[in-house]
Design a protein. Structure first.
Length: 439
């Protein structure tokens, strides 16, 4: 494919720098726009920047939005629709697909309208009504905030008590601490099983035939304990459009075509011997999921994204084994503490013990005259990936690469992929859900 012009847009936090870097490295022209002043320096020295993304639309062969948020409001779906109506080729959502993530109640309605089984759930805008509901219907519940505040990942709470007493206590605390900002929340009955996300790429009319199955690790510490984060690491594999896909994303293919959606869409589920229970949507690229996905692409990332956006029946070849990605972080992640960040992490040098950068991906990083440095103020400089024919082989490759990176005060989870090895894989296969290399 001839070189194309790619315009990447981050209208909230800067998230897609590594994909822009990969596409640029394949010989395409790239410009990257970052709205957030706190994130402006992210990806400096890796890709060209622009201060006015709208001024570059005519230059671009493809415009790519990295998230649904425009500051504290949803909005990239409306922008993507506006650009499409003007004849621009876009990877991005629509107002309705943005709404899938912003309003979990709406997401469940769409699933139910298309014949997808859902977990019992209730949406509340009043904390006292939610507490009263749990007291009348004692059980273990999951609290899922609605709206912009859901980006504060540590507010998601998974109940442990069968009488719901811990959930009512947490709701009372949230009322005092977050009542001014949390516009509502969903209470979802807790279901035991294996948590797996089904991710497909949609070209405006249909899903491509490769489906990604990934396993998130959101807690800060190994063993899945501690505060929730955006994500500490992901394990995954690719397969065909199997039953797990057909019973979830596959049922929305017609609806997504009517919307004109283009891009990655992910639905997180709990799976057990009794069925598949969707939890929530990510109607956009996931992070660091897309970083790990691009590591497993064996065909060029730029060509795939261009063909996806253009409806050119993209031909995606992927690594057919297993892959893992680990987020390497610095203090005070996942919390905000400017003093700690300034003292421990800001502008820190990233030192490599080898010349190889294979499997090393940037998040909050910049390149200053050849020296990689920490950028922004979130404390998430790198994602490190590995792949192999087995999950253990992928783990070995990934963690060997991390061992060759030196950043003072870095930390990471050392158990990404272990859940698959310790039994999740066997359970999914025993229940009839497919693993890699199976169609």
């Amino acid at each position: 494919m001839d070189a194309k012009n790619f315009l990447f847009c981050s209208l909230d936090s800067a998230l897609i720098g590594d994909v822009a870097r990969q596409v640029h490295g394949e010989g395409h022209d790239v410009k990257y726009y970052i709205e957030s002043e706190r994130d402006k320096e992210i990806a400096d020295g890796f890709v060209a920047k622009t201060d006015d993304w709208r001024a570059e639309v005519d230059w671009a062969d493809v415009v790519i939005f990295d998230d649904i948020w425009v500051g504290s409001d949803v909005g990239t779906g409306a922008l993507a629709r506006e650009l499409r109506e003007d004849g621009t080729t876009v990877i991005g959502g629509t107002p309705n697909t943005d709404h899938l993530e912003e309003d979990r109640g709406y997401a469940m309605e769409i699933l139910e309208e298309h014949g997808v089984n859902t977990i019992e759930h209730q949406v509340f805008s009043d904390f006292d009504e939610g507490i009263e509901f749990v007291e009348r219907n004692p059980a273990a519940y999951v609290i899922k905030p609605l709206g912009e505040v859901q980006n504060v990942k540590r507010l998601l709470y998974v109940g442990n008590e069968d009488d719901g007493s811990d959930v009512t206590g947490v709701l009372g605390a949230y009322k005092k601490a977050w009542g001014h900002r949390m516009k509502g929340f969903q209470l979802q009955r807790k279901v035991e099983g294996v948590e797996v996300a089904v991710c497909g790429f949609f070209d405006g009319e249909r899903f491509i035939d490769r489906v990604n199955f990934n396993f998130e690790h959101k807690k800060l510490f190994p063993g899945n304990i501690g505060p929730s984060t955006g994500e500490m690491g992901t394990s995954m594999f690719w397969a065909g459009q199997n039953d797990l896909f057909d019973e979830t994303l596959g049922r929305l293919e017609g609806w997504l075509a009517e919307e004109g959606y283009v891009g990655s869409i992910d639905i997180n589920c709990i799976v057990n011997e009794n069925g598949i229970y969707p939890l929530e949507f990510t109607p956009r690229f996931g992070y660091p999921t897309i970083t790990l996905q691009e590591e497993s692409f064996e065909s060029p990332t730029g060509q795939f994204l261009y063909d996806l956006a253009s409806g050119n029946d993209p031909d995606l070849t992927v690594h057919e084994g297993y892959q893992i990605g680990v987020r390497v972080v610095l203090p005070p992640f996942p919390f905000d503490d400017e003093k700690t960040y300034d003292e421990s992490s800001r502008n820190a040098a990233v030192v490599f013990e080898t010349d190889s950068r294979e499997g090393i991906h940037i998040e909050d990083a910049k390149n200053v005259e050849g020296q990689w440095r920490v950028a922004g103020d979130s404390g998430m400089p790198l994602v490190v990936t590995g792949k192999g024919e087995t999950m253990q082989e992928a783990r070995t490759v990934c963690y060997d690469r991390i061992d060759r990176i030196v950043i003072p005060n870095l930390y990471y989870r050392d158990d990404i992929g272990e859940r698959w090895i310790d039994g999740d894989g066997d359970r999914l296969l025993a229940w009839g859900y497919l693993g890699p290399n199976e169609d």
